[in-house]
Write a protein of this length. Structure first.
Length: 315
C-alpha cells in the first residue's frame, strides 16, 4: 500500500554473487557488505537530476540517461507518469567497477528503490524489478537478473526466466556463510561474456543442470554435502578462470581450508566460497587472500551470511 512521501531517503543496496557456479545468469545471492548508497530528495526544479557522485574516481556520468541509477529511476518515474517531478539523486559508490560484485546492479536497484520510497512507495520491491533491470542493462547491454534480483529482494534468488522476470527466493541453511574475495583487477562484464562459447556440448549441459538441481535441493534441504557436491561450473569457469591470476591455486587452498565449494563471483574477478560456519568462512578468506597477496595482487575479503533483506533504507 502507498505510504506518505518523505523529504529525503537514503538507501543501501548490497553486493551480490551471481551465477553461484552452476547457475549462469539464473542464480544469485546477496551479501551484507559492501554495497552502494543512493540518496533521493525532492527538488523545486522539475525532472530527475544526479547532483553528486562519490567513490567513482570521476568515472561515472552524471547524465541521467547514461547512469545505471539514473536510468532505473527515470524509467520508474516514466512508468508512473511523473517525469516532471523534481527529484535529485546522490550516488555513493562503495564498491569497485568490473569487480564481479554486482556494482552496476546495486546502483540501479538503489536508484529505483530510493525514488519509489521518496514518492510514497507506490510499487512493491518485486514490481521495481523491470526498472532496476533496465538500469543495469544500460551498463552492459545484457539482460540477466542474477544480480538485480537478490540485490532487490535479498536472500538466494533463482530466476526461471530472465525474459519474464519469473523468479523465486530460496531458503538457505542457517549456518551457511559466504566468503568473497576481490582481487584488485578489473574485468569488463562484456569481455567475460564474449569469451563464452555460443554452443556447449550436450554432456556439459547435462552436468550443469544436474549440479544446479543439486545445489537448489541442497539449499532447500539444508544438506551441506549435497551443496558441496553441486557447486561446480563446467561451462563458464573453465573459460573465465584465465582472466583471474592464480584462480586454481586459490580454489585448491579454499577447498583445503574447508570451503563447500569455490568459483567465480559473477563475471569476476571476485571469487567466492560457500562455507558451513563463520570460522571456516574466515579461514577460507585468509587462505584465498594469501594466494592473491603472494601474486602480488591487492585484495579485499568479505565474509558474510547470506543477506536476507536486500536493498533497504538507512538513517
Ligand atoms: N551472470 C552474469 C555473468 C553476471 O556471469 O555474465 C555478471 O553480471
Amino acid at each position: 500500500m502507498a505510504q506518505e512521501e518523505t523529504m529525503e531517503v537514503r538507501v543501501f543496496a548490497p553486493a551480490t554473487v551471481a551465477n553461484v557456479a552452476c547457475g549462469y545468469d539464473v542464480l544469485g545471492f546477496a551479501i551484507e557488505a559492501p554495497g552502494d548508497e543512493v540518496v533521493a530528495r525532492h527538488s523545486p526544479e522539475p525532472g530527475l537530476r544526479i547532483v553528486k557522485i562519490t567513490g567513482d574516481d570521476g568515472k561515472l556520468p552524471t547524465e541521467v540517461s547514461e547512469n545505471t541509477a539514473g536510468v532505473a529511476a527515470q524509467d520508474l518515474l516514466r512508468h508512473l507518469g511523473m517525469l516532471d517531478r523534481g527529484v535529485e539523486l546522490e550516488i555513493h559508490k562503495r564498491m569497485p567497477f568490473g569487480s564481479g560484485l554486482g556494482s552496476s546492479a546495486a546502483s540501479a536497484v538503489a536508484g529505483a528503490y530510493a525514488v519509489n520510497k521518496l514518492i510514497g512507495e507506490p510499487l512493491t520491491k518485486k514490481q521495481l524489478l523491470p526498472f532496476a533491470m533496465a538500469g543495469e542493462s544500460s551498463a552492459d547491454g545484457a539482460w540477466h537478473a542474477d544480480n538485480v534480483g537478490p540485490c532487490l529482494l535479498g536472500g538466494i534468488v533463482f530466476i526461471r526466466s530472465n525474459q519474464e522476470l519469473d523468479m523465486a527466493q530460496l531458503p538457505g541453511p542457517k549456518n551457511l556463510w559466504a566468503t568473497v574475495v576481490h582481487p584488485d583487477i578489473e574485468i569488463l562484464t562484456k569481455v567475460a561474456r564474449d569469451i563464452l562459447p555460443r554452443e556447449v556440448p550436450l554432456e556439459n549441459v547435462t552436468q550443469q543442470v544436474g549440479n544446479l538441481g543439486g545445489l537448489l535441493c541442497g539449499l532447500i534441504q539444508d544438506d551441506y554435502e549435497l551443496i558441496s557436491r553441486s557447486i561446480h561450473d563446467v561451462i563458464a569457469e573453465p573459460r573465465r578462470q584465465k582472466l583471474i591470476p592464480e584462480f586454481y591455486r586459490a580454489k585448491r587452498d579454499a577447498i583445503a581450508a574447508g570451503a563447500l565449494g569455490f568459483s567465480i563471483s559473477g563475471a569476476g574477478p571476485s571469487v567466492f566460497a560457500l562455507c558451513e560456519g563463520e570460522e571456516t568462512a574466515r579461514r577460507v578468506g585468509e587462505e584465498v587472500s594469501r594466494v592473491f597477496t603472494e601474486a602480488p595482487i591487492e585484495n579485499q575479503v568479505y565474509v558474510s551470511r547470506i543477506n536476507p533483506h536486500g536493498v533497504h533504507v538507512v538513517d
